[in-house]
Design a protein around this ligand. Sequence first.
Ligand code: GSH
Length: 208
Amino acid sequence: MKLFTWPTSPFGAKVWAVALAIGMDKRIEKVSYHPWQNDLELSKLNPLNKIPVLQINATETLYDSPVICQYLIDYSNSDALVENLWLNLRQQALADGMMAAGATARYETHFRPAELQSKDWIDRQFKAINQCFDTLNREQLSKDITLGNISIAIALTYLDLRFEKELNWRNSYKQLADWFEDYSQHAFVQQAKPVDYPLPKDIKLLKS
Ligand SMILES: N[C@@H](CCC(=O)N[C@@H](CS)C(=O)NCC(=O)O)C(=O)O
């Protein structure tokens, strides 16, 4: 199997963290692929032009990240990760939403021409992220290795990578900060978390 992803992608990192947690990493070859690369390879795999994509064989691919995670969990009989299914799916959805809001804010400042950027739009993303911090801070997050917890931990690593200063969340959400301090020590979080990486040279940014 091949996983098309990029080192900064939070969604790809979540999939990789799940793979590491359940020992599926050994079966997967990671392929670095940036979604803004200027060729057609990705759109053949995923018409949405997004990563991550899991190529299972010569003819079948899977997207998006919740589908890939569920496939890996089923494939390896790792049902314990989603024992409380609806809790895990909701937590994954919340974490994915935080990643999406973070990526949207990032795209606004890094891929959009300066004259088209909107501070209101970025503030709207940060507002949603802060509401999620608040919700998670009030939940009693467990220490278990679950899809929900892995997703939340990876979302927090991504927001730290991109917006640690702007969000400055730890003092306001102490219970969540303590949980993350502990949970992020897992090797699957440390090894999978998104890391900064230069853009490929052939990338075409948006023009006004
Ligand atoms: N819902 C998708 C989101 C994937 C996603 O937004 N990936 C980003 C990279 S982190 C991407 O490929 N963006 C390219 C684009 O939006 O055109 C998932 O969970 O896989």
